[in-house]
Design a protein around this ligand. Structure first.
Ligand SMILES: [Zn+2]
Length: 468
C-alpha cells in the first residue's frame, strides 16, 4: 500500500510535538517565541551604516538590518538613560511611568506600569537582564519582572564592563535557556563617555595621532565637570578626536553584536527569536552647543536606531514613518503573543510594516537631565521644542523631513504653525499629567550615589548656568 507523503506543514507539526516530548514541555505550554532586546547606550542613529553613515562602523548591524525591519525615523522619549529606557520597558511616556526627574530630584519607575519583563514572565518566559549602569538597577525600579539581573556598576567610568564580556554572558545565558521561551535584555554601555575604544577599533577609527597610543581618551568625569562649569573650551580639533574615539566604541559594540547574532543563528534560535536593537538616546558633539547628552531635545539626542527582526515580518524592510520607543512594548508583546498591552501610549508597529503608507506616529519627548524638563513634539513633518516655564527662550520649530539636522528654526517665520503645535503639545502634556502615576523618589544608596558621582551625575558636579 502506498503511503501518503506528509505535507511540510504536517511534518513541521510532528517535529514540534516530538521536540515538546523530548524537552517535556506541557500541553498548554506558552508561546515559544524568545525575545532579545539589545539596548545600546548613547548610540545616535546616524552613526550606523544602515542609517547612512559612511565610515563603515557597523557592518554587523547593517547586515542584521538587511534581514530585518529598520525604522528610519525612530525617536526616544527623553535625552538620557533612565526615562528613555523606562519608556521602552513600559510603553508609557516619561510623565506616566514616573522614572526620571532631574538632578538632584531623581525619581524611580512607578509601581503601577506593567513592564516588558513582567509581561514576558506572565507568558512563561525566563527573564534576565545584563545591565551596565545604575540607572537600570533596582534603585530606580528598573529590575521589576526580571528573574535575574546581572548588573555591573562601575566605580569609575573608565572601568565599565565592556561589550565583549557582556556578550559572553548573554551567550552563556542563552545557551542555558535555549529551550525557551525567554526574554533577555542586553544593555551595552561602551559608547557612553569615556570614549576609549580597544584595539583594533581605535587603530581603525581614531584620528591618526590617537591610533596607536591610548593616552588620549575623552569624557572622564574631570573632563565633563570642567566642560559643564565652563572651565574647558572644546576646540574643534579636540572635538573631532573625541568623536572619532566615540566612533571606535560604536564599531567595537557592533563587532560584539555580530558575535551575539552569530550565536543565535548557530544555536538554531533565529526563527523563533525576536531581536530588537535600539539605543536609549544619542550623543551631542556641539551641533547645538551641547556635549554628551541630557541637555536638549535636538535630533542628535532623540533620533535613535531601531531595528527589529521577527520571522513574521518581511525582511529587508525600511519604514520611513515616524515611530517612537513607546511603540516597542505593544509591538513586542503582540509578536511574542504575550498578554495585550492595554492603556499604553505606544501602538504596535505591525500595521506600519505591513502597509507602508499608513501614517506615522506623533512622538512626544519629556525630560532634561541637567535641569527642569524640556518638552518636544514631533509630528509627520514638524518638530516643536518648548523650553521650561520661566525660560526666556521661545519655542523652536523645525521641519525635520527637509532639515533633518534641525539647523533652521522656522518658528519666527511660521508663528501660526508653532502656536498650533504648542497647543497640541500642551494638551498632550495635560492628558499625560492626569494619567500620571505618583512620583516615587529614587532610593539611591550610598554605593550607587558614589557610582553616579564618578560619572558626573550628581548635584555635586558644578553645572554652568547656561546649561540648566
Ligand atoms: Zn543612556
Amino acid at each position: 500500500m502506498r503511503r501518503h507523503a506528509l505535507s511540510p506543514r504536517v511534518r513541521l507539526a510532528a517535529a514540534l510535538c516530538a521536540a515538546c516530548l523530548a524537552v517535556g514541555c506541557p500541553a498548554d505550554a506558552p508561546t515559544r517565541t524568545n525575545v532579545v532586546l539589545v539596548l545600546l547606550d548613547t548610540v545616535r542613529a546616524d552613526k550606523l551604516g544602515c542609517y547612512g553613515n559612511e565610515r563603515g562602523l557597523t557592518p554587523n548591524l547593517d547586515a542584521f538590518a538587511a534581514g530585518a525591519t529598520l525604522f528610519e525615523n525612530a525617536s526616544s522619549h527623553a535625552p538620557w538613560t533612565l526615562p528613555a529606557t523606562a519608556s521602552i520597558y513600559t510603553g508609557l511616556l516619561p510623565t506616566r511611568h514616573g522614572a526620571g526627574g532631574f538632578i538632584p530630584k531623581l525619581t524611580a519607575l512607578s509601581e503601577q506600569p506593567r513592564t516588558l519583563a513582567e509581561l514576558a514572565r506572565a507568558a512563561g518566559c525566563a527573564t534576565h537582564a545584563i545591565v551596565n549602569v545604575a540607572f537600570l538597577g533596582a534603585s530606580f525600579g528598573m529590575t521589576r519582572g526580571f528573574d535575574t539581573v546581572d548588573e555591573r556598576y562601575f566605580e569609575n567610568n573608565e572601568q565599565v564592563r565592556r561589550a565583549d564580556e557582556s556578550v559572553d554572558l548573554a551567550r552563556a545565558w542563552i545557551d542555558a535557556h535555549a529551550s525557551g521561551p525567554f526574554f533577555l535584555v542586553l544593555h551595552l554601555f561602551d559608547a557612553h563617555a569615556v570614549y576609549d575604544p580597544p584595539q583594533p577599533f581605535r587603530r581603525r577609527f581614531a584620528r591618526p595621532e590617537d591610533a596607536e597610543s591610548d593616552r588620549f581618551a575623552f569624557g572622564s568625569r574631570a573632563d565633563m565637570v570642567a566642560l559643564r562649569s565652563g572651565q574647558m573650551d572644546l576646540d574643534p580639533h579636540t572635538l573631532a578626536r573625541a568623536e572619532a574615539l566615540y566612533d571606535g566604541e560604536i564599531a567595537f559594540v557592533d563587532a560584539q553584536l555580530g558575535r551575539l547574532l552569530a550565536h543565535l543563528s548557530a544555536a538554531g534560535l533565529e526563527q523563533r527569536t525576536l531581536v530588537a536593537v535600539t539605543s536609549d538616546h544619542g550623543e551631542e558633539f556641539l551641533e547645538h552647543g551641547g556635549f554628551e547628552h541630557g541637555h536638549s531635545h535636538y535630533t542628535e539626542l532623540l533620533h535613535v536606531p531601531l531595528i527589529v527582526r521577527h520571522p513574521s515580518w518581511p525582511s529587508g524592510t525600511r519604514v520611513a514613518q515616524a515611530v517612537s520607543h513607546a511603540d516597542l512594548l505593544p509591538t513586542i508583546s503582540e509578536l511574542a503573543q504575550w498578554s495585550r498591552a492595554d492603556g499604553v501610549d505606544g501602538v504596535s508597529l505591525t500595521p506600519l510594516v505591513r502597509e507602508p503608507r499608513s501614517p506615522g506616529h506623533a512622538a512626544l519627548a519629556i525630560g532634561n537631565f541637567w535641569g527642569p524638563p524640556l518638552a518636544s513634539l514631533r509630528t509627520a513633518n514638524e518638530k516643536l521644542i518648548v523650553f521650561p516655564a520661566g525660560s526666556s527662550r521661545p519655542p523652536e520649530l523645525y521641519l525635520w523631513r527637509e532639515d533633518p539636522l534641525e539647523l533652521w528654526n522656522v518658528g519666527p517665520a511660521r508663528p501660526d504653525d508653532a502656536l498650533d503645535l504648542q497647543r497640541r503639545l500642551q494638551s498632550a502634556l495635560q492628558r499625560l499629567e492626569a494619567l500620571a502615576s505618583p512620583a516615587r523618589p529614587a532610593s539611591v544608596d550610598e554605593a550607587t550615589r558614589k557610582v553616579l558621582e564618578t560619572i558626573g551625575y550628581t548635584d555635586s558636579a558644578p553645572v554652568a548656568p547656561g546649561q540648566r
